[in-house]
Design a binder for this molecule. Structure first.
Ligand SMILES: *Cc1c(COP(=O)(O)O)cnc(C)c1O
Length: 387
């Protein structure tokens, strides 16, 4: 681990900086291609990694058939569905739990649109921690079933995802739990930035011209930019890729902010889109996402549900990649970006495919661990009842 400096930005978010030099990108263990390879640029002290699941080191696929279909000879897919619970949320979960294990914490909490919760439930199960999860009441039943199967406590919050975030953060403060919430825990950005390092290494220590990715709360995009910036700060590259962030037409607060046009109610309905993974009404670090997108020379764009579903099919039948609709958003976005002159088919482009469709079979670990609630008192009650 390099020297770490912590600072707060205007919105109260904490950021970590290192004493940048090229040696920090030297792999921790040269033969291993996992997230921990970049430990010198992560706030993880020496000693064995305790987090038991394999993490990161996901493939960068050349997708020859997809290249041919689209006429994009330098297209790549960074396949984040190959993480242990099939989404990029596993990286943040791993680093937060690693930190918690080192500090002797026994409970982790997060709010989630679904995938962060599944990653937290399974990661906690692997690490022997208790997971207490807050989701919107309309969270997809398939994802709820997975969380329950991994033995998590799941609280469905009637007032939606924003209220779930408030409750999870309040619970972390009141009960002293490990807080994995985006915007609350800078380790989520630290972990997700490793995607930038991997892409750089996988392209032969070079960066693409353009990276396209789905955006919900903003950390995936902000972290990617932080990773690219750290490569610049380490003196390993001079130019960062343009970033194009993709949202769903039915829930596109950041696209409207980008265009400086007021959002209509039909643009802000998280329940109306198939892209549940990125259906966020009030993005936790939306301002930062807009700023780094602007600085990169990129854009924020919206895509329709029809385009998302078609991207799911195209990824399946031309690249052999199984994605959920939010996970396929980058491909839908590439088509849009080319159509609008924001991407050139001849440039090098990496699509970040963030999540796969998954389902649970069998029974939940314990009955009655999924509860509909409105207040923190009800959470405390449910947890103490069980003892
Ligand atoms: C969480 C998530 C994203 C990106 O969301 P951010 O909150 O912006 O980091 C993208 N795709 C899927 C499938 C996700 O679960």
């Amino acid at each position: 681990m390099g020297n770490v400096t912590r600072s707060l930005d205007r919105s109260g978010c904490e950021w970590l900086q290192y004493d940048y030099r090229s040696a920090l990108m030297t792999p921790d263990r040269p033969g291993s291609f996992s997230m921990w390879r970049y430990r010198k640029l992560l706030p993880v002290a020496d000693g064995p990694v305790r987090y038991p699941l394999p993490i990161g080191g996901t493939p960068l696929l050349p997708a020859p058939a997809l290249r041919k279909t689209l006429g994009t000879p330098r297209l790549w897919i960074k396949d984040e569905t190959r993480n242990p619970t099939a989404s990029n949320k596993d990286r943040a979960t791993a680093l937060v739990i690693e930190d918690g294990l080192r500090r002797g914490m026994d409970t982790i909490t997060t709010a989630s649109t679904g995938n962060a919760a599944v990653a937290t439930a399974f990661g906690a199960a692997a690490a022997g921690m208790r997971a207490v999860i807050f989701v919107s009441a309309d969270c997809r039943p398939e994802k709820l079933a997975l969380m329950a199967q991994a033995g998590a406590w799941v609280f469905q919050v009637r007032d939606g995802y924003a209220a779930a975030v408030d409750l999870s953060r309040a619970a972390a403060r009141s009960f002293g739990w490990l807080d994995r919430n985006t915007g609350a825990n800078p380790l989520t950005i630290e972990a997700k930035k490793t995607v930038a390092f991997e892409v750089w290494e996988q392209l032969g220590r070079r960066l693409p011209d353009l990276m396209i990715l789905p955006v919900g709360d903003g950390p995936t995009l902000v972290a990617l930019d932080k990773g690219f910036t750290e490569l610049v700060n380490c003196g390993l590259t001079t130019r960062k890729p343009r970033l194009i962030g993709i949202q769903a037409e039915h829930c596109q607060p950041l696209v409207r902010a980008w265009q400086d046009t007021p959002a209509k109610p039909a643009d802000l309905d998280p329940t109306a889109t198939v892209a549940d993974g990125i259906a966020v009404l009030r993005p936790a670090i939306g301002e930062a996402a807009l700023t780094v997108t602007r600085q990169s020379g990129g854009a924020m764009m919206a895509v329709t549900d029809t385009a998302l579903l078609s991207a799911v099919s195209t990824l399946a039948d031309t690249a052999g990649v199984n994605a959920e609709p939010a996970g396929a958003a980058a491909l839908a976005g590439l088509n849009n970006a080319i159509a609008h002159g924001l991407a050139d088919p001849s440039e090098s482009v990496v699509l970040l495919v963030t999540g796969r469709e998954t389902k649970a079979s069998g029974e939940p670990a314990e009955q009655g661990r999924v509860t509909l609630i409105d207040t923190l008192d009800q959470v405390e009650h449910a947890l103490t009842e069980s003892h």
